[in-house]
Design a protein around this ligand. Sequence first.
Ligand SMILES: [Cu+2]
Length: 289
Amino acid sequence: MKKKRITLSWVLVFALAIASCDKDEPLVVEDPTAGLLPAPVEGLTTENGYTFHFYSADGKLTRGYTEIFIALTGADGKWVDDFTVSRFHPLMDMGEHKHATPVGKVEKVEGKALYKTWFGFLMYTGQMDGKWVLDFNYTISQTEGKITGAVPQVDPYPTENAKWIQSFKIGDETYYLTIGSPLALKEGSNILKAYINKVEDSLLPYETVDGGYKIEIDPRMPDMDNHSSPNNKALEWDAQEGIYKGTLNLSMTGHWRINLKVLSTTGDLIGGTDVEGAGNSTLYWDIHI
Ligand SMILES: [Cu+2]
């Protein structure tokens, strides 16, 4: 009796193995973009008729931090899941002068035919007659290719009193401090996220610097006698999430200047200054909530 049961279960395993190897069954990929809105990027079709699609939470690309999602359709318009994307390279062409911008790491979204990354656009489209172009590498069914000259349309900051990216120098080297998800900040206690990116070459993507710094914050309201807000916590590197993370407490709505000091993990001051009276640090973000 026991032997018979074992034989039967082996037959089942074998049948299942055959079923899962059946290549005639068309693979239906679910819409990976539910809850997202198409973002304005042109020029995303490959030579063999595949098209990449960019999405964001609000259907916009904005100056400062913008989280971006990337999906792919085939010539038949159906979602494709066997692809990768990498090496996003936004470049602003300002005629006489060109520059890249801070970029995040590229991650696969778990369980979906979707990738995500973020860009820290230093300028908006049309600012000083500048225009963004975007290149990136891809593989589709293991075949490599490259999109060149896609055109993202980047909007100005969506709120007044916005300054979401700040640069600082260590010796001759330029770094950027980008506030993550600034539109999610609200009155009360917030988890504040930020990235540090380094300029190795002004024309190549400014990659993230993962750890090694601490960012102290001193939020003030410049329009209200520069009063502060209590219960803030400095941003420290969170290796699991790959982000600098701290606590920002905003005691009321309005325009906040988040004064910054960048320190090494051993406590040496690298950038920014203490706030004196009605003044500010030499390094700060501005937000409006
Ligand atoms: Cu520019």
